[in-house]
Design a protein around this ligand. Structure first.
Ligand SMILES: [Zn+2]
Length: 65
């Protein structure tokens, strides 16, 4: 039996450039690579609800005051 000596190779931990998070606007279908994890608005349509699905008047208050 031939036993191979496996040398411990130092793995360089580097972030691949392909590892980028692309965001997509649910309003205008615009895709972009953000500089920050969660931008406030879509850079194209400037909608603050780019990451939220189309909602129809959420939080309807029925208070008559
Ligand atoms: Zn948009």
């Amino acid at each position: 039996m031939v036993t191979q000596t496996v040398e411990c190779i130092e793995m360089e931990v580097e972030m691949p450039k392909s590892y980028v998070t692309r965001l997509r606007c649910k309003r205008c279908e615009y895709k972009w690579v953000p500089r920050i994890p969660s931008p406030a608005v879509c850079p194209k349509c400037h909608s603050p609800y780019w990451n939220k699905s189309a909602t129809r008047k959420t939080g309807v208050r029925r208070n008559k005051r």
